[in-house]
Design a protein around this ligand. Sequence first.
Ligand SMILES: Nc1ncnc2c1ncn2[C@@H]1O[C@H](COP(=O)(O)OP(=O)(O)O)[C@@H](O)[C@H]1O
Ligand SMILES: [Mg+2]
Length: 244
Amino acid sequence: MQARTDHSTVIEVRQLWKVIENPPSRVEILRDVSFSVPRGQFLAIMGASGSGKSTLLGLLAGLDTVTSGTISVDGVDITNLREDALARVRGRKIGFVFQSYQLVPTLTAEENILLPAELSGLNGNPRRRAAELLDRVGLTQRAHHYPVQLSGGEQQRIALARAFITRPPILMADEPTGNLDSANGQHVLDLLVQLNREEKTTLILVTHDRNLAEYADRIVTLRDGRVLTDELAPRPVETRPLEA
Ligand SMILES: Nc1ncnc2c1ncn2[C@@H]1O[C@H](COP(=O)(O)OP(=O)(O)O)[C@@H](O)[C@H]1O
Ligand SMILES: [Mg+2]
């Protein structure tokens, strides 16, 4: 176990660079990015297409390697971990939701939800937890359907349930509503925000959509791989009242 210095900080990014060298070309994708995320915060990462959002999120999730700088997750520097140790951190600490759902086509909805629990050897009763999450995302009737039999919105709701099954302390989502129409996108976003609150998860949401970012506690905006602004939300996030 490495020393944990600050229990209130769940992610700490210091002087992060991601540079792709393909001589003679050299692309600086992330340039000296630093910020830290307190436990329980809902952080939105915004910026135009190509500003480095997905690269940053992939690095935070340990899915890609940094050029320089450090990333601590729960006090552990993940930039120097071996693949097996990194996989353990990912399995225990991080849930991930992709824009394109990424469900396994040969598994049913329920089996997809159970997959991370099986991979990380979840204690307790994963099947019961999966049933609860299916109910939570309103898809109990679809438990035994395959992804191809589900709409995009339904697939993303299954992907949300899958991301939460291991009760990860950190949930990362990269444009999770990017492939959905506005009604389905809103439904997925509402579920994400509600599950995040119920599970007391730290949520990092990548989006280029201001409407989505409005739900966040804080917005970090990237431009050309640098942090352009880092703002706290001007008001506490409230559930929208139903319109009459
Ligand atoms: N493997 C790579 N090689 C070269 N350039 C890359 C690579 N991956 C991403 N980029 C470039 O880095 C920039 C940021 O990409 P990305 O993180 O996907 O941005 P965003 O998610 O904000 O749209 C883009 O200009 C992209 O073309
Ligand atoms: Mg992206």
